[in-house]
Design a protein around this ligand. Sequence first.
Ligand code: HEC
Length: 202
Amino acid sequence: MLTRARREVAFWGSVVAVSGLVFVACGGSTDPASDSSTSIRATSTTLAATSTTIAEDLDMTAKDFVNINSMTPVKGFFIDNRLGHLDDAIAVAENPDGGVYPVGTIIQLVPQEAMVKRSPGWNPETNDWEFFFLDVSAAGTTIVTRGAEETVNRFGGNCASCHAAADPKFDFVCEGTHGCEPLPIGDDVIASIQAADPRPMP
Ligand code: HEC
């Protein structure tokens, strides 16, 4: 009992202390107590500075993948960016000179395969792309395999080694003309696989 009482005193004591500081801060007092309001501001500045130094990243879970037809279509594939850089990502896709896709970019040609741009330095050998082989159904998405250089598709083809053949200025994106070994299926088959994504539209 005594311990709990002490804790309560300590708790309410700190609330009173904080309210006092806030009051002083709001009052704009110029007496010596205004040092306290300065220290409040100094503290919040430090917190803000800390949060901006955390590198942006996108670590996908199965439920973060959606029906590809709800993503933005560009040049025959679908693109999204979950960190607010969609316009930059589309600009890279549409630039005839290529470019580096921003962190947080998701690109899919078919529902079962995805490449996701991780934080800078995540895996330099794949330009920080993480490759996914997915299982999709009306119930949603299951991640079958994910990784940098280890992910293979349903034909046993290694994602990274095929995509690494793209001209470096296109940041591992093959399209039909960037120098990768072609897929064993034609555009008409790709279009029907895209249209048949079984997952619900949001
Ligand atoms: C045989 C080589 C090969 C393999 C293996 C391969 N891809 Fe591709 N991928 C391609 C080609 C070529 C295209 C472009 C197809 C087109 O637009 O006609 C492509 C397209 C894509 C696209 C659309 C963006 C782009 O690069 O054009 C994504 C995303 C993608 N593949 C992801 C993957 C993932 C994930 C894997 C592994 C699970 C994988 N690919 C395995 C060759 C390959």
